[in-house]
Design a protein around this ligand. Structure first.
Ligand code: GLU
Length: 523
């Protein structure tokens, strides 16, 4: 195992954790946090751990945990330890670690780092309002705690009476004011926070459950986490966490706060709340809301390859420098470094995500072949691999996803089932039938039915009349493809062959005749 130089303890082996709360599906930011933790762990031969931070039962959403596990599996960034994987530091659910937290709460209380606060929600609400009306913000901090209903303002006797009377309380962390706390973040560098600006955060809620701050700090220490790599939204909590480590007499891990992922329409950060207004998915996998039963599609269901998704995500806030953009997971592990993560928010761009998928699609010949075989089998058709390979070669540049291939290649196998409406109406004319008849006969007389000969023939026939050439080519394209789209016309002719080309021209003529004769719609 490789030992990394910049841990607090030079002999420590990297241990990082992904610590989601089961409050719904992971979004792009969440899974990127997991990925960076994974890459960092693997780079240093360390351990990537999954801990479920489920202390806030009110925000619990069923199926979140299985969603998280499935996402990590799909992305091929599975944990080495933790929920679903076991390990020496279980339980890995915070909801099962209450006893452990109590031990440390007791220690903090005994050593004067924490205190009981009996203020009711109503009392605090009144205080906040009073302050607000006078143009101030109320904060439960060193300035005011001595005027509030807590153990700091009570005698021992009063405190034990209050506790014995079963009145409800919370336990707060006692911040010592007057200190310039120097902190270091691997991505953001040195940061100074004045402890005067911090409030006495709740560590234990009135229901006896530890808050995120307490549980997170204790677990990171007990689980021997060396690096905390998490989203920027937790940067404001870093000072409190560092003070907790100090109060508990522990050496803190290193911290790295990842930049936010921003919407590219300038409307702020990606979040689950604004999902309806986004024109791209934010979930890796499909999510079925357990309450509304609404289904929100994920990248997997839309046809993104996990490798492409992971590659795209890795570069959303990190870059090893240079022009290279396509990285296998192995390469990502090799190149990854926390120091190369950007400080500022990163814009998410769905076109770039599609571009990544396209690059991977180009290497997925087997997948595309089996997709085409399936499509053809459904129609009782069979083609040699050689032919299919040519079709793939001709189509691949037009698509980003496997499932788009058929739409762009069906005409190499079957005749069009309809014709582009507007164009078809324009060509419902006897003169067009005559033209088609001419070209049908001309084509059937060509012996070498290859794209080169066909192109030369058409150019020769239409001489310098470019307009005419263009018109004929459009007509033939409609006959063969049904739309004014698709691969090179002469290559299509060669690929499907003389007989099939003529059959399709015949079909078009028949449809035009029908339309002219009885005006009845083909559509
Ligand atoms: N439970 C927190 C979350 O869901 C994790 C914060 C952390 O990594 O410290 O974002």
């Amino acid at each position: 195992m490789m030992i990394i130089p910049h841990t607090h303890n030079s002999s420590s082996i990297v241990r990082v954790r992904f610590a989601p709360s089961p409050t719904g599906p992971l979004h792009l930011g969440g899974i990127r946090t997991a990925l960076y933790n994974y890459l960092f762990a693997k780079k240093y031969g360390g351990t990537f751990l999954l801990r479920i931070e489920d202390t806030d039962r009110k925000r619990f959403v069923p199926n979140s945990e299985s969603y998280i596990l499935e996402t990590l599996k799909w992305c091929q960034i599975e944990p080495d330890e933790g929920v679903g994987y076991g390990g020496d530091h279980s339980p890995y659910y915070q909801s099962q670690r209450g006893e452990i937290y109590r031990v440390y709460i007791k220690k903090l209380l005994e050593e004067g780092h924490a205190y009981y606060a009996f203020d009711t929600d109503q009392e605090l609400h009144v205080k906040r309002k009073e302050f607000h009306d006078r143009g101030f913000t109320f904060s439960y901090n060193a300035d005011f705690r001595m005027h509030l209903n807590n153990s700091l303002t009570m005698t021992r006797k009063q405190l034990s009476d209050q506790l014995n009377s079963c009145s409800s309380y919370v336990i707060r962390f006692k911040i010592q004011p007057g200190e310039k706390l120097k902190m270091h973040d691997i991505i953001r560098g040195n940061i100074v926070v004045h402890t005067d600006h911090l409030d006495d955060k709740i560590l234990l809620k009135s229901d006896g459950v530890a808050t995120y701050h307490l549980a997170n700090t204790i677990d990171d220490h007990l689980m021997k986490i060396t690096h905390v790599i998490r989203g920027e939204e937790w940067l404001p909590s870093m000072s409190l966490h560092l003070l907790l480590y100090r109060a508990l007499g522990w050496i803190p891990p290193k911290f790295a706060h990842l930049p936010l992922i921003l919407r590219n329409d300038g409307k702020g950060k990606l979040s689950k709340r604004n999902i309806e207004s986004l024109n791209f998915p934010i979930y890796p996998l499909q999510w079925k809301d357990p309450e509304t039963k609404n289904i929100i599609t994920g990248y997997r269901e839309l046809g993104y390859f996990p490798e492409a998704f992971v590659n795209m995500l890795a570069l959303l806030g990190w870059s090893p420098g240079g022009k290279k953009e396509i990285f296998s997971l192995k390469e990502l592990i090799n190149f990854f470094s926390l120091e190369k993560i950007t400080k500022s928010g990163v814009f998410f761009n769905i076109s770039k995500a599609n571009w990544f998928n396209k690059q991977y699609l180009k290497k997925k010949k087997e997948e595309i072949l089996s997709y085409l075989y399936k499509k053809l089998k459904k129609r009782s058709l069979f083609y040699e691999e050689d032919y299919l390979s040519k079709v793939i070669h001709l189509t691949i540049d037009r698509v980003h996803f496997v499932h788009e291939i058929w739409k762009h290649s069906f005409y190499f196998f079957i005749s069009p089932s309809s014709y582009e409406k507007k164009f078809f109406h324009k060509i419902c004319d006897q003169r067009i039938i005559d033209q088609l008849e001419f070209w049908k006969i001309s084509l059937s007389n060509i012996n070498q039915f290859t794209s080169v000969h066909l192109r030369l023939f058409l150019f020769f026939q239409t001489k310098k009349n470019e307009k005419k050439r263009h018109q004929i080519m459009q007509l033939l394209r409609i006959a063969l493809v049904g739309e004014l789209k698709g691969s090179d016309l002469f290559i299509i002719l060669e690929m499907i062959g003389k007989k099939e080309s003529i059959r399709r021209i015949d079909n078009l003529m028949k449809k035009i005749k029908e339309k002219i004769n009885n005006g009845n719609g083909f559509f």
